[in-house]
Write a protein that binds this ligand. Structure first.
Ligand code: SF4
Length: 553
C-alpha cells in the first residue's frame, strides 16, 4: 500500500484553512487510555473473526476508566494514534474490523443525506404527513431528520457533521454521494437551491467559496469529493429547463415519486399528476443522462393486493418507466393525514402483515436485473404508524418468503459483491439490452463466476431524439448515465488487495461502452460526470462541456 498515511480520510486537526470547526478533531488521550485500547486491538487481531458478540466480550475485558465501554469511534481514533506513535503497525484488516457499520460504505461511496428547510409542497397527496418542523413528507423522529433539526437545516453543518461521523467511525469519507432530501426540490426558489448546494460543497472542501462555480471547481480536486448528487422531485416539475438547471447544480440522480401507474389511483390519492406526466418526466430525465430512482407505493387508497401486483409489472412493461432504482414504500397510515380521516370513516384499510409480506416477495421476484431495489419500506418510526406495518425488517421477511417459495430476487442490490474480494481476471463482462424512454439502454456489468456484480455501467443510446427533448450538448451522443464499481469505500488513489475498486473494472466498462456505442453508429460518447469524478473522466479522454463531458469515438 505504499507509505502514505492510511488515516488520510480522517478529519485533520483544525487549522485556518477550514471554514468552521465543524469537523471536530477529537484525539484519544493515549496516556490515559492507550494501554486498554492497545489491549482491545491486539485481542481483536487475535480472533479469526469478530462479530458483535466477540467485540462486546473483548470490550468487557478492557473497560474504559474501569467501568464504561470504549466506543468504536474511540477505538478507530485510538488505533490511529497508536499507529502514529509507532506502538502498533497499521493493517487494513484491523481497521475494517473496527469500523462501525461496514455495510454503509460497501457500495464504494459514503452516502451523506441532508434535508432542506421546512417548506410546503405543491403536492396535496392524501397520505403525506405534514410535520411543521420538517420539509413536507418527513417526520421529525425519522432517522436523519433529528440531525437536520439539530443543525437547523443548515447545509454546511449537516454535511460537515455527517462527514465527521463517518470519519470518526473509520469510514473513508473521501467519496460522497450527496443526497438532498425534502419534499419537492424543484419547488424551492432557485437562489436557495444554489446556496444549499454551494454550502454542502463548502463543507466537503473545508473552505468557504464565493460562488457555486467556485465551490464546484474546488471540489474537483478536494480531499472529500462529491461523486454523486441526488435531489427529489415530482413528475409535473420536470422540464428541459429544469433538467438543465439540475445539471448546472451538479445533480446526477433524480428521485422521482410516481407512486402508481394507474390514473384513477393517482387521482383519488390526489397526486396532482397523471401517468402521461410521469412518462414524460422519466423520458426526459433519462435522455438527459440522469439516473432515475423512482418511488412506488402499494396499498394506496383504491388499490388491492392484486391491482398492486399488476401495477408493479407495469413499471417494467412500460418502456417509458423502467427505473434504474426503486424505493418501494408501502403506504403508511399516519395520524393527521387526509388518508387517516378516510380510514376513520371506514373508507380505507391497510393490508395485514401477511398480505404485505406476500406482495413484497412477489414484487422482489418480478424485479429485473437492471434495477436496484433500494428500499422495500420507508423507515418510519413505529409510533407514527396508526395501523398497518410496524416492522422495520420487512425486507428480510419478504426475502425469507421468497426463499421459502424457491424464488430469488435478481435486483442489483441482491447481487452486489458487497466488499468481498474479487479477482479481476475471473470477472466476466455481460450486457443486457432493453428499450427505455426514447432509446435503447445497455446495462453492462462485470460479474464474478458466481454471478455477483463487481461493477456496472448504464449506457443510453437515443434512437428517437425527435420525440424527446434533450440538452443541446447531447445531440448525437451516446450517454453514460452511471458507472459504478463496488468495493469498500477506499481513499481516492488507494489500492487494497483483493478489493474490486480501482482495479481497472471501471476502465473495462468504459471501453465496453465505447465499443457498444461505436457499433451502434455513434461518433461521440458523453457522460453525466459528477463534480468529484471529472478528473477521473479527463484521465480517460473525456473533455469538459458546459453540463456534460464527452469524447469522440
Ligand atoms: S409530492 Fe411528495 S412531499 Fe409533496 S405532498 Fe406529495 S408525497 Fe408529500
Amino acid at each position: 500500500m505504499g507509505h502514505r498515511n492510511r488515516f488520510a480520510h480522517l478529519p485533520p486537526p483544525p487549522d485556518q484553512r477550514h471554514a468552521s470547526d465543524a469537523w471536530k478533531y477529537d484525539p484519544v488521550d493515549l496516556a490515559r487510555h492507550g494501554e486498554q485500547i492497545q489491549g482491545i486491538i491486539e485481542a481483536i487481531r487475535a480472533e479469526p473473526e469478530v462479530d458483535q458478540r466477540t467485540l462486546r466480550a473483548i470490550l468487557r475485558r478492557f473497560p474504559r476508566d474501569g467501568q464504561g465501554f470504549f466506543s468504536k469511534s474511540e477505538l478507530v481514533r485510538g488505533y490511529q494514534a497508536l499507529c502514529d506513535s509507532g506502538a502498533l503497525t497499521f493493517d487494513r484488516d484491523t481497521l475494517l474490523r473496527l469500523q462501525m457499520k461496514p455495510v454503509r460504505t460497501l457500495s464504494g461511496v459514503a452516502p451523506v443525506a441532508v434535508l432542506t428547510k421546512p417548506a410546503g409542497c405543491p403536492g396535496k397527496c392524501i397520505f403525506c404527513p405534514n410535520d411543521p418542523e420538517m420539509p413536507k413528507s418527513y417526520l421529525s423522529w425519522e432517522p436523519g431528520a433529528q440531525r437536520a433539526l439539530r443543525h437547523e437545516f443548515d447545509p454546511f453543518e449537516q454535511t460537515a457533521s455527517r462527514i465527521a461521523a463517518l470519519s470518526n467511525n473509520g469510514h473513508p469519507a473521501q467519496k460522497i454521494e450527496l443526497i438532498i432530501l425534502g419534499a419537492t426540490w424543484s419547488a424551492y426558489p432557485r437562489p436557495y437551491q444554489q446556496w444549499f448546494v454551494q454550502r454542502c460543497l463548502d463543507a466537503m472542501n473545508g473552505v468557504d467559496s464565493a460562488s457555486l462555480a467556485e465551490a464546484q471547481a474546488l471540489n474537483e480536486r478536494a480531499a472529500v469529493r462529491c461523486v454523486g448528487m441526488t435531489v427529489e422531485t415530482r413528475p409535473d416539475w420536470v422540464s428541459l429547463d429544469e433538467a438543465v438547471w439540475l445539471r448546472m447544480l451538479g445533480v446526477t440522480r433524480v428521485q422521482l415519486g410516481i407512486q402508481s401507474l394507474n390514473d384513477h389511483i393517482l387521482e383519488i390519492n390526489r397526486r396532482g399528476h397523471d401517468m402521461a406526466t410521469a412518462r414524460h418526466a422519466s423520458r426526459l430525465l433519462r435522455a438527459a443522462g440522469f439516473k432515475l430512482l423512482m418511488h412506488w407505493m402499494p396499498n394506496l387508497l383504491g388499490a388491492t393486493p392484486e391491482s398492486d401486483r399488476r401495477d408493479y409489472l407495469r413499471l417494467w412493461r412500460d418502456t417509458d418507466i423502467r427505473p434504474d432504482e426503486l424505493k418501494l414504500y408501502p403506504c403508511s397510515l399516519i395520524a393527521g393525514t387526509d388518508l387517516y380521516e378516510i380510514w376513520r370513516q371506514g373508507g380505507y384499510q391497510p393490508y395485514d402483515h401477511e398480505t404485505l409480506v406476500d406482495l413484497l416477495a412477489d414484487c422482489k421476484a418480478a424485479t429485473p436485473r437492471y434495477c436496484r431495489l433500494d428500499r422495500v419500506i420507508r423507515d418510519i418510526p413505529a409510533n407514527y404508524v396508526v395501523v398497518g406495518n410496524q416492522f422495520a425488517n420487512l425486507r428480510e421477511m419478504a426475502k425469507m418468503r421468497l426463499r421459502e417459495s424457491g424464488r430469488r430476487c435478481q435486483c442489483i442490490r441482491c447481487r452486489e459483491v458487497r466488499g468481498n474480494a474479487v479477482n479481476i481476471q475471473d470477472l466476466r463482462l455481460a450486457g443486457l439490452k432493453y428499450r427505455a424512454g426514447g432509446g435503447q439502454e445497455t446495462f453492462l456489468s462485470m460479474k464474478t463466476p458466481d454471478g455477483r456484480l463487481a461493477g456496472f455501467l448504464r449506457l443510453h443510446l437515443p434512437t428517437a431524439p425527435e420525440v424527446v427533448e434533450t440538452p443541446a450538448e447531447l445531440t448525437g451522443c451516446a450517454i453514460i448515465r452511471q458507472l459504478h464499481v463496488y468495493g469498500p469505500s477506499l481513499p481516492i488513489g488507494d489500492a487494497s488487495d483483493g478489493e474490486a475498486q480501482h482495479r481497472g473494472i471501471g476502465q473495462e466498462l468504459l471501453a465496453a461502452a465505447a465499443r457498444t456505442a461505436r457499433r451502434a453508429g455513434y461518433r461521440r460518447l458523453a457522460v453525466i460526470a459528477s463534480i468529484g469524478t471529472r478528473e477521473y473522466y479527463r484521465q480517460h479522454g473525456f473533455e469538459d462541456g458546459d453540463l456534460y463531458m464527452a469524447r469522440d469515438l
